[in-house]
Design a protein around this ligand. Structure first.
Ligand code: SAH
Length: 234
C-alpha cells in the first residue's frame, strides 16, 4: 500500500508536510514529489499546479511512477450550494468537467464519446469519511463537484454549473484526477474546504481564506489516512 496525497497549490499540501516533518524530495516531470513513511505506511505527496492538465499529470505520475495504490486529494473550492459556507468541508460523490463542451454534436455538457459525464468516487472511502467526521465532531457534506479550467467568480456561470451538473461546489482539478484514478483502477477520495462562493467577491474571499480552509481540508485528510491504516490493521 502506498497512499498519494495531492493538492493543486503549495498552501494545500504545506500543512501535511509540516505534520510529517521528515520527508525526501524527488524532482520528476518538472514537479516535486515528497515521500515519507507515516505510521509504517509509505506516502507520496505533491501539489500539481492549478488546472486539469497539471493535475492529470501529477495524478498519473503518482500512480504510474511512484506506485500509489490510493489517492486522496485535499484542497479548497468555490461553493455553489447555499448550505456550504467558507471553511465547510465537502466530499465528492462524483465529479464532472463543466467546461467540456461538444454539445454542437448533440452530446450533453461534460461528455465525450467513450467517456462519461460523471466519474464516481470510491464508496468505501466516502463511508470512512463519515466515521472520520463523527470522530472529529465535524459536519461534512457529500455532493457533486464540477471541475473546469476557470476560476469562477460569476453568479451566472456558477448557477449554470449548479443547474447543469447538479453540482454543489466547483474547482479546477477534481474531475481530471477522478478520470485518471478511474482509468487506472486506483480508489480515490476528493475533499475540499470552501474558500469562496464563486461569486463577484470570490477572488477576495479566496485570498482571505485559502490558508485556513486548506488547513481544515488537510487535517481531515490526515485523519482519513489514520482511519485507512486503522481499518487495514484490523
Ligand atoms: N490565487 C491563485 C489562483 C487560484 S485559482 C494565484 O493567483 O495564483 C483557484 C484554485 O482554488 C484552484 O486550484 C481551484 O481548484 C480552487 N478554487 C477555489 N475557488 C474556486 C473558484 N471559485 N473557481 C474555481 N476554482 C476554485
Amino acid at each position: 500500500m502506498k497512499i498519494a496525497i495531492m493538492g493543486a497549490m503549495p498552501e494545500e499540501i504545506a500543512p501535511i508536510l509540516k505534520k510529517l516533518g521528515n520527508y525526501t524530495t524527488t524532482e520528476y516531470a518538472k514537479n516535486k514529489y515528497y515521500e515519507a513513511s507515516y505510521k509504517g505506511v509509505d506516502l507520496v505527496i505533491a501539489y500539481s499546479k492549478i488546472g486539469k492538465v497539471f493535475s492529470t499529470l501529477t495524478a498519473t505520475t503518482m500512480i504510474e511512477h511512484f506506485s500509489a495504490t490510493q489517492l486522496l486529494f485535499s484542497g479548497v473550492a468555490g461553493a455553489i450550494s447555499p448550505s456550504l459556507k467558507v471553511g465547510d468541508l465537502i466530499v465528492a460523490t462524483k465529479l464532472s468537467q463543466h467546461d467540456l463542451d461538444i454539445t454542437a454534436f448533440g452530446h450533453p455538457f461534460g461528455f465525450v464519446p467513450e467517456g462519461a459525464v460523471f466519474v464516481e468516487a470510491d464508496k468505501s472511502m466516502i463511508e470512512l469519511s463519515k466515521e472520520v467526521a463523527l470522530d472529529m465532531g465535524k459536519i461534512v457534506q457529500e455532493g457533486i463537484i464540477a471541475t473546469g479550467d476557470q476560476f469562477v467568480a460569476n453568479e451566472e456561470r456558477k448557477n449554470w454549473i449548479g443547474s447543469t451538473f447538479g453540482a454543489d461546489a466547483l474547482e479546477m482539478e477534481g474531475a481530471s484526477v477522478a478520470v485518471v484514478c478511474d482509468a487506472l483502477n486506483v480508489p480515490f477520495f476528493i475533499l475540499r474546504a470552501i474558500s469562496d462562493a464563486a461569486d463577484m467577491d470570490a477572488s477576495f474571499s479566496f485570498d482571505a481564506f485559502l490558508e485556513t480552509s486548506a488547513v481544515e481540508s488537510a487535517e481531515f485528510v490526515m485523519k482519513m489516512v489514520d482511519k485507512i491504516l486503522d481499518k487495514n490493521a484490523k
